[in-house]
Ligand binder design. Structure first.
Ligand SMILES: N[C@@H](CCC(=O)N[C@@H](CS)C(=O)NCC(=O)O)C(=O)O
Length: 219
């Protein structure tokens, strides 16, 4: 059977969780660099004029979290019963709230020092969990891990929730590495554990893992 094809820019970006889901499922992917003009003009292939897009046999999808859920079902990363599936979905959405803040830090605030300081205070500092943060705080993610026995966010095996938490954490470790190690050692242990899982470990060490996280080369 042919591999799923990810149409995206040559950056990790919003496609990274999709790549992780595929390799964690023991599969491999092909990549096509998006033709910007086509993305903007072709409403069949790009209904919202944006990527990522996934083509997998007769499945042709956009919207990263929709694609992620499809891949989770395909590779059995969706949780093993209704309760787990709902918990996974909830965490995926919680990570999305953080991603919105991250994208703002990278593209609008250009990762400036003052913005980074405010960012840490708002979305990491344990004293700010009751503040106004748009539902985005790393403590909220850490809570799921501490409530669930074992090394995963939900249940006793890898799910899409782990991949989403891992990836958003991975992006932030590049910016706030030392601070996260000090404030959230449990998240760092989680990060190490997931990075060592079969499929993921090989992918992370391979040439397929793109170097750039974002289109403006920040982060
Ligand atoms: N809600 C969409 C957002 C997709 C998105 O922001 N795509 C960006 C790349 S990460 C894009 O296509 N940017 C080009 C543009 O909007 O013109 C998703 O999750 O897939």
């Amino acid at each position: 059977m042919s591999k799923p094809v990810i149409h995206y820019f040559p950056i990790r970006g919003r496609a990274e969780v999709l790549r992780l889901a595929i390799v964690a499922g023991g599969d491999d992917f092909d990549t096509v660099d998006v033709n910007y003009q086509e993305m903007k003009s072709d409403r069949e292939k790009y209904p919202f004029g944006q990527c990522p897009r996934l083509v997998d046999g007769d499945i042709d999808l956009v919207q990263s979290n929709t694609i992620a859920r499809y891949l989770a079902r395909k590779y059995n990363l969706q949780g093993k019963d209704e309760k787990e599936m709902c918990a996974v979905d909830m965490i995926v959405e919680g990570v999305e709230s953080l991603r919105v803040k991250y994208v703002n830090l990278i593209y609008n605030d250009k990762l400036e020092e003052a913005a980074k300081e405010t960012y840490w205070k708002t979305y990491f500092d344990r004293s700010s969990t009751e503040g106004r943060n748009g539902g985005a705080h790393f403590q909220y993610l850490a809570n799921f891990l501490s409530k669930n026995p074992g090394p995963f966010c939900v249940g006793d095996s890898l799910t899409l929730a782990d991949l989403c938490v891992w990836e958003i954490l991975d992006l932030h470790l590049r910016i706030f590495g030392e601070q996260i190690k000090e404030a959230y050692p449990e998240l760092v242990s989680f990060h190490e554990h997931i990075a060592g899982l079969p499929g993921i470990k090989e992918y992370l060490g391979s040439a397929k893992r793109l170097a750039a996280c974002n289109a403006n080369n920040l982060g």
